[in-house]
Design a protein around this ligand. Structure first.
Ligand SMILES: [Zn+2]
Length: 246
């Protein structure tokens, strides 16, 4: 039987969570239901986020590119296209919560959120280039590790992915599957913010210079060139239609 589920790890080579979850799923005998792909093997081997450029900004990629991640994106996409469900696992060292990321403006009509027992869903259309941007059957799961016990989070991530696999195989929707949808619409740069960064909390409403928003991933990307204090997100009002993929 051809497998319908692809689990992707190490899109960012400095994130181990995908490998850890994979080992746990294998130990539980679930490997017969899914295939596994290490998205960025060179970066993983070096313990680096990427080699030439961020793989999560490189799709659809180009097979003859001079950039390693662009070539890798093209070959990963060819593989991922063959599956009905693609889950890409990530971790955020400064994240305080766990959520589903759909790198699009709207939920795809054939989304399979109903199989995933995580409440928060982030629509995150910019910047372009995650796999889910070009392949609507791919979602990212992001697990936050700030002030949280890594073992517990890996256990939680394993359970969520294991339940997803069982639900998808049996076409069983999660009961009490209420989702809150957020839209990532901007970023707060260090130059725009005079306050204390530790006053901002993920998913806790903030008002800065007359603008009200929910912060996301506070402090995660301060070391980037453009020094992002946090992303700005708003709650989406539109009701969620969760349908299974047929
Ligand atoms: Zn990542």
């Amino acid at each position: 039987m051809k497998k319908k589920i692809l689990l992707i790890a190490a899109t960012h080579g400095d994130e181990q969570i995908g490998l850890e979850v994979y080992r746990n799923l294998s130990a539980r005998g679930l490997e017969k239901y899914f295939d596994f792909l290490i998205a960025n093997p060179l970066a993983l081997a070096g313990g680096e986020r990427f080699i030439d450029c961020d793989l999560n900004r490189s799709y659809p990629g180009a097979i003859n590119s001079r950039f390693y991640e662009k070539r890798q994106a093209a070959s990963n996409l060819l593989i991922a296209k063959k599956y009905r469900y693609v889950i890409d696992l990530h971790e955020a060292s400064s994240g305080t919560d766990d959520f589903i990321i759909i790198p699009r403006k709207k939920l795809p009509a054939n989304n399979f959120l109903g199989y995933i027992n995580l409440k928060r869903v982030l629509l995150w259309p910019e910047p372009r280039g995650p796999l889910g941007d070009v392949l609507s059957r791919c979602v990212e799961l992001e697990f936050g590790l700030k002030n949280r016990d890594r073992r517990m989070i890996i256990k939680k991530a394993t359970k969520i992915v294991a339940d997803f696999i069982i639900n998808a195989v049996n076409d069983k929707l999660v009961t009490k599957n209420k989702k809150t949808i957020y839209y990532v619409y901007g970023e707060l740069l260090l130059g725009q913010y005079a306050g204390k960064i530790n006053l901002l909390r993920d998913f806790k409403k903030a008002k800065i210079a007359g603008e009200t928003f929910y912060p996301l991933l506070v402090g995660q990307y301060l070391n980037l060139k453009n020094k992002i204090v946090c992303y700005k997100i708003r709650k989406e009002k539109s009701p969620l239609v969760v349908s299974s993929v047929s």
